[in-house]
Design a protein around this ligand. Structure first.
Ligand code: ADP
Ligand code: VHF
Length: 385
């Protein structure tokens, strides 16, 4: 079967830094390149940022919108404008496109996820290039992807892509932010994500004028995508024609190799799409059992329960210090767990008054976090401040 490519382009590449106007020559080259790749038989999805940047330019605003309502209004102006430009350019080359606007909430329900999968498959079968963005105008904080790097990685996983290209305003990943550190060393290949720690990669605070996540969200995106078997490349958006060269084997940008044994689709959904509703703290024995022994989580190993959640909600599973070690779907609500935590499973029927299941999180619904990566939300939140 033909290969599937997801290409994400950031605001920094779509707009001119000096004026904030659209970078028309970049857009035209991107459209030519993607259409050419379609002719060669690749299935192509474009994840395009730019709604806020283009809306801001259209309205003549000189500052980044600060309130949520203003940002959502500006995105509504810009998204239509952006799609108009894409449709004009792709239509001149007879390439049909589609607009797909998503929020994280659309993918949280398993049937929503499967629906989105079917729609993408149908569009790709029809030879259409779907153009995806976050539905900024309606997305509420709790149900946001927050940045299009994460969105593109989840889309790449959803459509079972072979490649994810993150096009930005630097030519590749460096050991530190090249804007701040002139001695930053370029990194061409990452074969596993632990190497980021070996190379001591720093992502600094800076991002381009209108960009959202900076480099940290691209690294997170690479982690999510490679974890589901997608080869990921960070490269410069100014030269979209490089995509063809990279596909022909040229070492351009930074390539992240896919993991050899990717996590299955359901576990990937638990780990990256679902929003955790609470936290379970475990004693050392339970941490060892699930971390090293691949066991299910039992009530006996739980020392503390935080948050309010229902059966089948996602929770963070933490060690005694609150460091997240896994995520999983619970078989008991938070209220029930408050009553049975620390107890042997035999005691559950007596305490709850009904025959519950033995496990609190069954190992089929439990995903271990990679060692040494810390808490993704905390890291990204820290970076955004
Ligand atoms: N280690 C690093 N290597 C390369 N770039 C980095 C690094 N750390 C931070 N950056 C910054 O990340 C910026 C790109 O992120 P961002 O502005 O969000 O782009 P986009 O709009 O394409 O998503 C670059 O301009 C660069 O200054
Ligand atoms: N959804 C937003 C883009 C969010 C985003 O991640 O932006 P960027 O860092 O430029 O890729 C928009 O269209 O303006």
């Amino acid at each position: 079967m033909s290969q599937t490519l997801v290409v994400k382009i950031g605001t920094s590449s779509l707009t001119q830094s000096a004026t904030g106007h659209l970078a028309l020559s970049t857009l035209a080259t991107l459209v030519e390149t993607l259409t050419h790749l379609r002719y060669q038989g690749y299935r192509v999805v474009l994840v395009s940022s730019g709604a806020v940047g283009v809306g801001r330019d259209r309205l003549g605003l000189t500052e980044r919108p600060r309130t949520i309502a203003l940002k959502q209004a500006v995105a509504a102006v810009g998204q239509g404008r952006l799609m108009r430009v894409y449709d004009d350019l792709f239509s001149s080359l007879k390439q049909p496109i589609a607009q797909v606007l998503l929020t994280r909430g659309d993918l949280v329900q398993r049937n929503g996820y499967v629906n989105a999968y079917n729609t993408f498959q149908q569009l790709l079968k029809l030879g259409v290039i779907p153009i995806v963005n976050e539905n900024d105008t309606v997305a509420v904080d709790e149900l946001k992807f927050g940045d299009n790097d994460t969105l593109s990685a989840l889309v790449a996983s959803l459509v079972e892509a072979d490649w994810l290209f993150l096009l930005t305003d630097v030519d590749q990943l460096y050991s530190a932010d090249p804007r701040e550190n002139p001695n930053a060393q370029p990194i061409s290949l990452i074969t596993n994500m632990e190497q980021l720690e070996e190379f001591q990669v720093q992502t600094g605070e800076s991002r381009s004028g209108w960009g959202t996540g900076g480099m940290i969200t691209k690294i997170e995106a690479a982690r999510i995508a490679t974890g589901s078997g997608v080869r990921t490349v960070i490269t410069e958006g100014k030269y979209p024609q490089n995509l063809e060269k990279i596909l022909q084997g040229e070492a351009i940008g930074t390539q992240f190799e896919p993991q050899i044994r990717p996590v299955n689709a359901r576990k990937h959904w638990i780990a990256h799409v679902l929003i955790p509703m609470g936290k379970l703290y475990l004693d050392a024995g339970a941490v060892k059992a699930i971390y090293q022994g691949g066991k299910s989580l039992l009530a006996a190993g739980i020392t503390k329960v935080e948050g309010g959640f229902n059966i089948q909600d996602s929770v963070q599973i933490c060690d005694l210090n609150g460091q997240e070690i896994a995520r999983g779907l619970v078989n008991y609500s938070s209220g029930e767990l408050q009553r049975i935590k620390g107890l042997h499973s035999d005691k559950i029927p007596e305490i709850l008054g009904y025959e519950g299941v033995e496990t609190v999180v069954h190992r089929d619904n439990l995903v271990i976090r990679e060692q040494g990566t810390g808490n993704r939300e905390q890291r990204i939140e820290g970076e955004r401040k």
